[in-house]
Design a protein around this ligand. Structure first.
Ligand code: NAD
Ligand code: MG
Length: 333
């Protein structure tokens, strides 16, 4: 009897092993078949993928244009490929004309979302390029210029987005002011006020205006920075607004969890954007920009696009109060 049991157990084991092998073989052959429909992804060396310092001396008046930078930043215009991850979503992105905001706008449209972007009037040429790319995907693209330092405009921005897109379920609070000053003595009250208004008050006003429109499943994303944890000596006012951004992301995530609204942050390291060439970095820092990171180069906005998509996608439903970084090997988190 015991022998019989042993035999039957062992034959069941053999049968299971055989069926596992068969299943594995079937899976392998279907994967092989599937592969024939998929374009093979090339291995990309992150070190050599994009330009490294030294960079050409250049400077633009604030807020600067991506279209006038040398080399031009890569926002994924020719490379980002979507797969329907945000189909049907309606997104508002501040600073959506250039830099990380533009990379997010292009990626969101290619993932199937309608997109409203806010920017300053001086940035119209950059903004129009983004709107054309969004429309090329067959999505609605709304251009809403205006100054986020004004509370009344922030409220109007939300209302115009809701009206123009027919709703709102993704907010990317990405716009920011960054002006390097060697000493605290050089930071005027006007400077300090403008940085606080743009980087801290505007997200506060926008979120308050948007909240009544946000249904469960909606999300808020704030662009924070490695500066939140490791401030540069010449970014006294800016760096503290990034600490505040990281903090509001974590606080609001707790407050809004029960409403089904997720709140997360993206923390870039040194990224090649107009912010840096229009007073955000000294010329000395700009020429060597990103060179001190382990990858030896600055990031390009497109290298963060998938993070903005991931945090907005419905399958990231357990991610709230998180800050995802992309800083080339240094920086936190
Ligand atoms: P960017 O210049 O392309 O984007 C900043 C945008 O802010 C501008 O395009 C502008 O439209 C908007 N803006 C500024 N003041 C405004 C105002 N008063 N009203 C309306 N819009 C206003 O630069 P970026 O680097 O892509 O910046 C995007 C975000 O990334 C910012 O939050 C910035 O702090 C953050 N960040 C950038 C870096 C970097 O190295 N570039 C690093 C860490 C974090
Ligand atoms: Mg811009």
């Amino acid at each position: 009897m015991a022998q019989q049991d042993k035999t039957s157990i062992s034959s069941r084991h053999v049968a299971r092993a055989a069926s596992t092998t068969l299943a594995a073989a079937t899976l392998a052959s279907s994967t092989a078949k599937g592969d024939s429909h998929m374009a093979e992804q090339p291995l990309i060396d992150p070190v050599g993928r994009f330009p490294k310092p030294p960079f050409k001396k250049q400077s633009q008046p604030w807020p600067g244009l991506a279209g006038k930078m040398e080399p031009r930043p890569d926002h994924g215009e020719t490379s980002y490929k979507g797969s329907g991850r945000l189909a049907g979503r309606k997104a508002l992105i501040t600073g959506g004309d250039s830099g990380m905001g533009r990379a997010a706008a292009i990626a969101y449209a290619r993932e199937g979302a309608d997109v409203a972007i806010n920017y300053l009037a001086a940035e119209e040429p950059d903004a129009q390029e983004v709107i054309a790319l969004v429309k090329k995907e067959g999505r609605t693209g709304l251009a809403i210029p205006g100054d986020l330092q004004e509370e009344a405009f922030c409220k109007r921005l939300v209302e115009q987005t809701v009206q123009g897109l027919g709703g709102l379920d993704i907010i990317v609070n990405n716009a920011a002011r960054q002006q390097a000053r060697g000493s605290i003595l050089d930071v005027s009250s006007q400077d300090f006020d403008a940085t606080m208004k743009t980087n801290i008050y505007a997200p506060f006003w926008i979120i308050k205006a948007a909240l009544p429109h946000l249904k469960p499943g909606s999300c808020i994303i704030g662009t924070t920075s490695e500066q939140a944890y490791d401030p540069s000596p010449d970014l006294y006012d800016y760096a503290q607004t990034k600490a505040a951004t990281t903090n509001y992301v974590k606080a609001l995530a707790k407050q809004l969890a029960s409403k089904g609204i997720r709140v997360n942050g993206v923390a870039p390291g040194p990224i090649w954007t107009p912010l840096q060439v229009s007073g955000g970095a000294t010329m000395e820092k700009l020429e060597k920009f990103g060179g001190m990171t382990p990858l030896g180069r600055p990031g390009q906005p497109v290298e963060l696009a998938s993070i903005y998509v991931q945090l907005a996608a419905a399958d990231a439903s357990y991610a709230t109060g998180q800050v995802y970084g992309a800083a080339g090997g240094s920086g936190q988190p």
